[in-house]
Design a protein. Structure first.
Length: 370
């Protein structure tokens, strides 16, 4: 397996239990995590007393977020929720910060109601993927979410805005906070960044209106996960979700195959996502033989030489299929390299009790203040 810095961070630094020597070596990171916590709490306090101001938009604002760094499945959930609300008759726009987007504009329109307007390199992988999957839903990039929201209201007359990665974004008031928690790794080792993967304490989930457990079907003990959540959020509704592989798409030709195409094949996997283990486990359950897996940091910008190395290994080791994630496929589709086909696995989010969640969203009147 290709061991990246990201893999090292997840597998060594973020272990729940380490040796005494490791804990001593990581003491600077531990101290830094407490400083980070103090800064987070001070910022929230300044918003609470009004020293920092929050703004409100004249529409329903639904925030999708998490407590940890990457890998909880926000992108599939944003796509799922936008599609469901659109079917319910809502006029929806998605606002995202556009992590690693090439565009430096204050506001960038990834797509309007007619189609895509930016390339993946300008939009960033997540924003482009959301826009490519959602038809008739504007997707807007803007670090200033209030300004981006006003742009959506003025230009598209939307009545609902989905705020991607908005749980820690305090300058915009929300009508609903939806928090995603990875059931296979709810809080890592319990430490804040940079010693762990928490962006804020796990107790922060008490600010949410609904908790979505992703990868609920993969958790070792879902009851213990829910029990830990109930320590901080006794009355908040918890929903269970899973990711379902639905097909393969060749990133350059656009050819499509069913997931049965993987069965019995020798596979090379590569990914640059927050939870690569979940991707490889999903592929493994589909009947292919994973000969090698290469992992890169989340949102990795691939170099041509890296992709050429992947192709070289595949050609030398009689690999039948090179498979990556849909998010990675978006990024490398416009890079000119090699000749071997690369297949992206398309995944949909399946949510239990989705009708009840939609009713909660559409009937929710309470605004969320910081």
């Amino acid at each position: 397996m290709h061991l990246s810095i990201h893999s090292l961070f997840r597998d060594v630094i973020c272990k729940k239990r380490g040796s005494v020597l490791l804990n001593i070596l990581l003491l600077p990171l531990t101290l830094a995590s407490y400083i980070f916590l103090a800064l987070i709490e001070a910022r929230r306090f300044f918003y609470r007393i009004g020293l920092l101001k929050s703004h409100r938009l004249n529409c329903k604002v639904i925030s999708i977020g998490n407590l940890t760094v990457g890998g909880t499945g926000k992108t599939p959930f944003v796509i799922f929720l936008a599609e469901r609300l659109k079917k319910r008759g809502r006029s929806v726009a998605v606002i995202t910060r556009g992590y690693k987007a090439g565009s430096k504009e204050t506001i960038s329109l990834v797509s309007d109601k007619e189609g895509l307007l930016l390339a993946p390199s300008d939009a960033g992988d997540e924003a482009y993927l959301i826009a490519s999957r959602l038809k008739g839903v504007p997707v807007i990039i803007g670090k200033d979410r209030h300004l981006a929201g006003e742009y959506a209201l003025c230009n598209f007359l939307v009545d609902t805005i989905i705020l991607d990665d908005g749980f820690q974004h305090l300058s915009l008031k929300k009508d609903m906070e939806m928090l995603l928690i990875d059931a296979t790794d709810p809080e890592g080792n319990g430490y804040m960044l940079p010693r762990g993967i928490l962006r804020e304490p796990f107790s922060g989930l008490s600010r949410s209106n609904a908790i979505i457990l992703t990868r609920a079907d993969q958790a070792d003990s879902i009851d213990s996960v829910v029990s830990n959540i109930r320590r901080y959020a006794d009355s908040i509704r918890v929903y269970y979700s899973r990711f379902k592989p639905v097909g393969l798409k060749e990133i350059r030709s656009g050819a499509e195959e069913g997931i049965g195409h993987l069965k019995g094949k020798r596979l090379l996997l590569f990914s640059g996502i927050g939870n690569p283990k979940s991707f490889s486990q999903m592929i493994g359950r589909l009947g292919g033989e994973v000969v090698r897996e290469m992992t890169f940091p989340d949102h990795h910008n691939y170099m041509i030489r890296e992709l050429e190395q992947i192709e070289l290994f595949a050609s030398r080791n009689k690999i039948d299929l090179i498979v990556t994630t849909e998010k990675d496929g978006v990024k490398i589709a416009e890079i000119p390299f090699g000749y071997l086909p690369v297949w992206a696995l398309r995944v949909d989010l399946i949510l239990e009790d989705q009708d009840k969640l939609e009713e909660l969203i559409l009937g929710e009147k309470r605004g969320i203040d910081t």
